[in-house]
Ligand binder design. Structure first.
Ligand code: HEM
Length: 123
């Protein structure tokens, strides 16, 4: 968990899938299912942060600035996912949140690829 990114990748892939499942269930009118899936998604937020912090604490010395940006980007993605779901449930506008989510998700993903562990195809 300290030197391999597999656990971290698993947590954010599962979280993105659960995020889509909440939206699909909600659209299909299954509010109870969406609520339960959202609760499970929140556990995965914690697991993303836990695995991310473990990698960060061990490796950020390579490049503290880029690792800091990766950390910040990851946290913003999680906050945006949660805000899209909570505001969407209340019927509020989520357009701006979606824009920030997609842009920061792309930046976080490419920073992850740029950093030295695991997939390292951009450096
Ligand atoms: C949904 C949010 C997130 C996404 C999509 C994401 C994506 C990624 C990707 C694509 C990688 C590269 C994996 C590899 O090279 O094998 C990675 C690695 C990493 N992530 Fe995240 N991440 C997220 C959240 C976080 C958070 C919240 C933190 C910090 C608390 C974090 C810290 C790290 C660290 C330290 C690495 C290792 C970088 C390296 O040396 O290659 N990530 N992440």
């Amino acid at each position: 968990m300290f030197d391999s990114t597999h656990a971290h990748i698993t947590t954010w892939v599962v979280a993105l899938i659960l995020f889509a499942v909440v939206l699909i269930l909600r659209k299909g009118g299954n509010q109870k299912g969406a609520k339960i899936t959202h609760m499970i998604l929140r556990v995965f937020y914690l697991l993303i942060i836990l695995t991310g912090v473990l990698l960060f604490s061990r490796h950020q010395g390579f490049n503290p600035a880029l690792y800091g940006l990766k950390f910040l980007g990851g946290v913003i993605v999680i906050v945006m996912m949660e805000m899209v779901l909570v505001r969407g449930a209340k019927g509020r506008n989520t357009g701006l949140l979606w824009t920030v989510l997609i842009i920061v998700l792309a930046i976080t993903f490419f920073l992850g690829l740029r950093l030295p562990l695991g997939w390292n195809m951009l450096s």
